[in-house]
Design a protein around this ligand. Structure first.
Ligand code: 13P
Ligand code: 13P
Ligand code: MG
Ligand code: MG
Length: 391
């Protein structure tokens, strides 16, 4: 079994290349918002739709959906061009660039062009600011897919739910009772500070996986594969803007694509880890720990309390012949729009108020190394003249 996963790496698998494979590309960026870091302007969303409709008409992409969560704008695109395709990346880059210049800057929206760290495109949006998650696969007889998008947090925020979904038998019943899941899953984990990557397999190496994933500011899951055949199961965006830019540029507000059912965890197993709002880094000024609140993308995705709390939306589609199939055209099912999640939201509000009662004391405030900006250097400089040297 170990041999299988060491060899894998989706695109190289023999025989599979000849078949038509579908790719889901999710590219997102914060290129400006109304009333602080709150929500995008409707014109930005309309502009993105117009550009992607044109790309669909030329055949570059097969289908698309434009969403927003908090102040982040996301493009979900399906096509047959594979992951890291320069034309697809350039399309997304141009959409964000145009929205910045034609909508966000003229309206003086807040943080216009915030996530576009470079002026020119150079073949791949990775490293230029926007977040990217992509998953290429051969379509099954029926292929349910969920795209999660979060605001006011970082890519490591997916570590806890991904572990539960693909490695925790107390969350995912299928790991115990579905023979197709029993071989486990392989986690591709990035060290975003050292720029290294490692593949570890659950359940055999689950303690090692947990040891890394428990430090979400350093380690993030980028991909998950099914161990028995190397089939891709999940992909997350893993960029850390502040590490690229070397200064405060907001948190990365990550996205995650997960395939469901028939040999993968069921939709309900994939959503279950979000029921208890776990603490994530981000929130106000990208410098606080707060509970991740699961919300409807139609009703509750714009942040307010202390610029939060951090939140996550879940969009569900079927994939058919390279296209997104939602409940009406490409309109996805709004998976956290169920009275069940009212309880989780209530709990998140309670936890948010509790965390705020601590003000700027750790662990409510992040460790200085993880804060997106801080007055600490100036304060230390100021007290340097006053302080006494001991001993
Ligand atoms: P399928 O066997 O239809 O994939 O789903 C199993 C199930 O009951 C999920 O809850
Ligand atoms: P964003 O990363 O969502 O732009 O938020 C930045 C911020 O400072 C919120 O208080
Ligand atoms: Mg913003
Ligand atoms: Mg944001």
């Amino acid at each position: 079994m170990h041999k299988i996963y060491i060899k894998m790496g989706a695109p190289e698998r023999p025989g599979v290349r000849d078949m038509v494979r579908t790719t889901i590309s999710v590219v997102k960026a914060d290129v400006g918002s109304v009333v602080g870091h709150h929500r995008p302007h409707q014109k930005m969303i309309e502009h993105a739709r117009k550009k992607l409709r044109e790309a669909e008409e030329t055949g570059l992409i097969k289908s698309f959906y434009v969403y927003s969560v908090g102040d982040d704008l996301g493009l979900v695109m399906t096509h047959h061009r594979g992951e890291e395709n320069p034309e697809i990346h350039e399309l997304a880059w141009n959409v964000f660039k145009e929205i910045t210049e034609k909508v966000a800057k003229p309206l003086k929206l807040y943080g216009a062009g915030q996530d576009l760290l470079r002026d020119a495109f150079s073949g791949n949006v990775r490293g230029l600011g926007p977040g990217v998650a992509e998953l290429e696969f051969e379509e099954r007889a029926s292929d349910p897919v969920i795209v999660f998008a979060a605001d006011k947090t970082e890519p490591g925020a997916w570590n806890l739910p991904l572990y539960k979904i693909f490695a925790d038998p107390f969350n995912t019943a299928g790991l115990v009772i579905d023979p197709r899941l029993r071989d486990g899953f392989v986690f591709e984990i990035l060290n975003v500070k050292e720029n290294t990557k490692v593949r570890l397999k659950a359940p055999e190496e689950s303690y090692d996986i947990l040891a890394l994933l428990g430090t979400p500011g350093t380690y993030c899951v980028s991909k998950v594969y099914r161990a028995s055949d190397g089939e891709p199961a999940a992909a997350a965006s893993v960029s850390r803007l502040s590490l690229i830019a070397g200064k405060y540029v907001g948190k990365d507000d990550p996205v995650l694509i997960v395939r469901a059912q028939s040999g993968f965890p069921a939709v309900g197993e994939i959503l279950a880890p979000f029921a208890v709002p776990y603490l994530v880094a981000g929130w106000m000024r990208g410098s606080h720990n707060g509970p991740l609140m699961p919300v409807s993308f139609k009703k509750g995705s714009a942040i307010s309390f202390f610029d939060g709390p951090p939140r996550v939306i879940a969009m569900g589609w079927q994939i058919a012949d390279g296209k997104l199939v939602g409940v009406d055209g490409t309109e996805p099912s709004d998976l956290f729009d169920d009275p069940f999640w009212d309880y989780s939201r209530q709990l998140a509000s309670q936890l948010a108020i509790y965390m705020r009662s601590m003000g700027e004391f750790m662990p409510a405030r992040l460790d200085p190394s993880e804060m997106e900006y801080t007055a600490l250097p100036q304060i230390l400089e100021k007290i340097r003249k006053k302080q006494e040297i001991l001993g």
